[in-house]
Design a protein around this ligand. Structure first.
Ligand code: PMT
Length: 407
């Protein structure tokens, strides 16, 4: 089983304590629903599993009962709850229904408004958001009937998660594979994250820059991009329109984020100013190279026994230029220091006239999944305990939203 620790941390307060009905319809991906039940449970979600008759043929209710700690339901089972109406009672006081896997047959029944088993009746009698995670053979997914049904679900406000493209149980490859449990957990998290930045446009820089010496060599910084990408994802989850100007990294672009690639500091600056229109918040996480070679050789420099002298010229300070605009966005800087964090970080914040700056010590911040940060603003310093970057990103978003609301 996957280690969901980072997702759990990220979720923190967003999913903990929620009550979710997990519907399981018939399909080989039902085994992944067992993993999903366990993952949600570990995040503090109260999971109630309802299987269709076909779903219960793939994985038994007993499995889900053991994993969720709650009774798992299948078929109709009227009369088994005290009031004899599980299709109503189970659906009251729940935060969401997620049907994963949702088979082509179940999607068709949902689209047509059928109420011929407990799960479909629960979906029909709900007063909470409904998510479906389709899982089926690629030709079933591409069939016009399924396309019509999925369009109907979306028109009815049902949130369709996936499917993704990949190898299928039948041996074919294509669209129709259910999203992995971890991805589904992230989708639920995003849904339940408070939309603190709704209506805002946020631009971030992330990763290192690469300053070419010749076609194969260059000067760079050892930034992985993890902090910047986590922050971009947190801004998107908080409802912002997000533009990420990224140096060369190997991370996937977070959902809901528009990524513009840049290699050198000069390119990064050009991309930042080209997309600046309407930006409300600018967050400079990138470790931009302070200097670049005065000249970059067109051809590979040949090795010789002689010493080489490299002339370096300063790069423009992107953040300082954005902060100096006549009507600047709300600017957030970062500072990675090897010592005297408070003094150096606060000096950087004041020098660039920033309302907010995030300081981190080099040993902690670079490359890893965790960091220890201090937020500096006009109200003083706000230290946060060592934590995953995903978790810290959310705390940073909360502070930005708080300061924006008092601006
Ligand atoms: O990518 P990771 O491995 O997750 O690591 C994250 C990080 C350590 C790189 C990140 O948390 C961080 O601290 N980034 C800032 C690095 C830094 O020290 O920057 P700086 O002191 O050189 O610059 C201060 C601020 O000005 C930063 O916001 C920087 O993005 C910005 N700047 C700097 C120089 C420049 N030419 N243009 C800029 O915009």
């Amino acid at each position: 089983m996957s280690d969901y620790t980072h997702v759990i941390d990220e979720l923190g307060q967003n999913l903990r304590g929620r009550r979710i009905v997990l519907g399981v319809s018939g399909g080989i991906a039902a085994y992944k629903a067992a993993e999903l039940t366990r993952a949600l449970g570990r995040m503090g979600v109260d999971v109630h599993v309802v299987l269709t008759e076909a779903g219960a043929r793939f994985v038994t209710p007993l499995t889900f009962q053991a994993l969720s700690g709650n009774r798992a339901w299948s078929g109709f089972q009227d009369g088994e709850m005290e009031d004899g109406m599980p299709h109503i009672t189970l659906g009251r006081g729940i935060d969401a229904i997620l049907v994963a896997p949702a088979s082509a047959n179940f999607i068709a029944r949902l689209a047509a408004g059928f109420a011929n088993d407990l799960l479909s009746t629960l979906c029909l009698a709900r007063d909470c958001p409904l998510f479906v995670a389709p899982a089926m053979n690629r030709q079933m997914w591409e069939n016009p009937a399924t396309r019509r049904n999925v369009a109907l679900l979306q028109a009815d406000g049902i949130i369709v998660l996936g499917p993704c493209v990949g190898e299928q149980a039948c041996g074919e490859t294509g669209p129709g594979r259910m999203l992995e449990p971890e991805a589904l957990c992230k989708e639920l998290t995003a849904f339940f994250t408070p939309k603190l930045l709704a209506g805002r446009k946020v631009m971030l820089t992330a990763g290192p820059t690469f300053e070419a010496i010749d076609p194969v060599r260059g000067i760079t910084n050892s930034s992985s991009g993890k902090m910047g990408y986590a922050l971009a994802a947190a801004c998107a989850r908080a409802g912002a329109e997000v533009v990420l100007v990224s140096g060369p990294v190997t991370l996937p672009v977070p959902a809901g984020v528009r990524c513009i690639n840049a290699t050198s500091a000069l390119q990064m600056r050009d991309e930042v100013f080209a997309a600046m229109t309407g930006v409300d918040v600018f967050i400079a996480v990138a470790a931009v190279a302070d200097y670049r070679p005065a000249e970059s050789a067109v051809h590979k420099i040949k090795k010789s026994g002689a010493a080489i002298h490299l002339e370096l010229v300063p790069n423009p300070d992107i953040l300082a230029e954005v902060a100096a605009l006549p009507e600047p966005p709300f600017c957030v800087g970062f500072a990675a220091e090897s010592q005297e964090l408070d003094a150096y970080a606060e000096a950087k914040r004041r020098a660039k006239r920033l309302p907010m700056l995030v300081g981190n010590l080099l040993g902690d911040g670079l490359g890893g999944d965790e960091n220890t940060i201090v937020i500096y603003d006009e109200e003083g310093r706000h230290p946060l305990p060592r934590a995953p970057k995903t978790y810290l990103a959310q705390r940073i978003v909360e502070r930005i939203a708080c300061l924006l609301s008092t601006k």
